[in-house]
Every structure is written in structure tokens, then in C-alpha cells.
Design a protein around this ligand. Sequence first.
Ligand code: APR
Length: 311
Amino acid sequence: MSKVTVVGAGKYGSTTVQRIAESDIVDEVVMTDIVEGLPQGLALDMNQSRPVVGYRTLVTGTNDYADTAGSDVVVITAGLPRKPGMSRMDLLEVNAKIVREVTEQLMAQSPDAIFIVVTNPLDQMTTLTAEVAGLPRNRVMGQAGVLDSARFAHFISEKADIDILEVEAITLGSHGATMVPVPSQCRVGGKPLTEVFDEATIDELVERTRNGGAEIVGLLKTGSAYYAPSAAAASMVHAVVNDTGAVIPTCAWMTGEYGINDVYLGVPAKLGATGVTEIVELPLTAAEQAGLEEAAEAVKAKVEDLRAIGG
Ligand code: APR
């Protein structure tokens, strides 16, 4: 018996619910939002797809947190998405207010849940959720690295003209400007990325990955990406619900790994039923290690911005 709650029935939330439901790994997915009728309507629609797609998971749409009680995993997507020209930082104030309130409501119903945060700006919202929830830090994590790594893999496969499933790519660090791609750990058809492309080409791919979200925002005009983001969030839910121990790039609390402490940072983490069970230390090059340390400092500075707005 397992139950997952997704808060926010917007693009990101509803596609995450759909992906979790269609993978048929939990009994119930609760989708909640402040907009009346929205989660209920989407849930009804999804439930009616079950005999066609062939899965049993029931989706409950609600505006009442009582329905989320006893969730094993909660995913927070509530908040405003970025508009064209808007940085993740611009979102800070408005989304901090939403995430604080949502976390309080969730904790009142599901104090034993594992929290996965996706609302931007991601690093601050994950920090805020952990503080408001008061849970051990391994039980609160953020999604960014799966998405950034997937975007990097897509751009590599396109450039190399190779099957996407032959590409292994990984990014660490923060979601945004201080994202740290890790070319030394990337493989293309089994070969190291650094043997397939020259430095300038890798830099070009990294730059496009770093701006991956903004590129989509610019094209869509309204709203931000959600297909790859929801796939990323659902993969983390899957690892926790099925206690798989999969190593997944995760925004996780650092306790000395990579020589970094007391900050939420994107690192490879083993995920299971208790949340982050281990942070995996990859052998990084000096430049990659320096990039990770720089990202940690950048996130710490951003957390100060959160303090400045009373978060
Ligand atoms: N409680 C519950 N839901 C809320 C709350 C709240 N307090 N405030 C807003 N919401 C809901 C909105 O009603 C809306 O349905 O959150 C949903 C957000 O949906 P979208 O606007 O479609 O945004 P989406 O693309 O889903 O992105 C959500 O993920 O990637 C990040 O930057 C993005 O922070 C944003 C979040």
C-alpha cells in the first residue's frame, strides 16, 4: 500500500501525477491545488484513461489536505512558473510563501513522508521545505539534477547523432547558473565524452544545457517546461516508493561529502524508502570539484536571500 501526494495541479504537477499513475507503482496518487475543480477534473479524466492504458493506480483530485493524510511521498510543485525574461530568483518571494504554507499543511497530515521539492528557485525552496518541515534532512530533497542531466544527454545525443539511450550524462551543483556538468563521467556509446568532442563543443553543449529551461520558456511564451521535469520527478518517486537504491542526481543535504557541508546541493545520491540513503562521491577532476564548491557557495548566498525576505 503506498500513497503519493503531488501538490500543484498545473503543468508540472499534473504530468507528474500522470506519469506516476501510469507506471502503476502506487495504490493512490492525490493531486491537490488551490484552484477549485482543477485537480478533481484532471483526476477524473486520468482515471478514465486507466482501462485504455492498462493501470490500476487511482488518482484523487482535491482541495482538502485531509485527503493527503498518510502519504509516503509528497511532491511539491505548487508555485508560479517562470515567465519569459524572469529569473528563478524573481520567483523567490512569491514561491517561498506558497511552499511554506504547503509544507505546513502537508506535515500536519503526513509527518512521516519523504518530501521531493520541484518548485523554483529549487535550492532555496528545498532548504525552506526542510526547515519548515523540521524533518531529518535525508527525508527532504529536490529535483534538478535528473532534469539537467537528461537535457545534457539529449544535446549530446543530437550532436553526436547517436541513440539517446547510448548516452550517459551527469550534471551536479545547483539548478541554474552554477550547474556543474561532469564531462569526465559522461559516456557516449561507451566512450568518454572528452574523447568524442573537443572542449569547445562540450562547452557549447554545456551552455545550452545550462539555459535549457530558459530556452523552453522563451519558445512557449507562457509557462515553463514540464515533460522532462515531470519524468525526472517521477523517477525519484519511483526510487523512493520501490526502495530501489538507484543513484540519482539529487538536490541533497551535504554533510561533508566532496568536502562540502550544510547546504542543499546537486550530487549523485542513492534513493530509497528513507529518502537519501547515501551521497555517492564520484572521482571528479579538479575543475569539476572547484565548480561544485563554487555552486555550494552560490547556494549558500541564495539562502541568505531567503533569510532577507524572512524565509
Ligand atoms: N497550494 C496549492 N497549489 C498552489 C498554490 C498553493 N498554495 N499556489 C499555487 N498553486 C498551484 C496553481 O494553482 C497552479 O495550478 O500551482 C500550480 C502551478 O502550476 P503552473 O502554473 O502550471 O506551473 P508549473 O509549470 O506546474 O510549475 C510549477 O515548478 O518548475 C517549477 O518553476 C516552476 O515553480 C514552478 C513549479
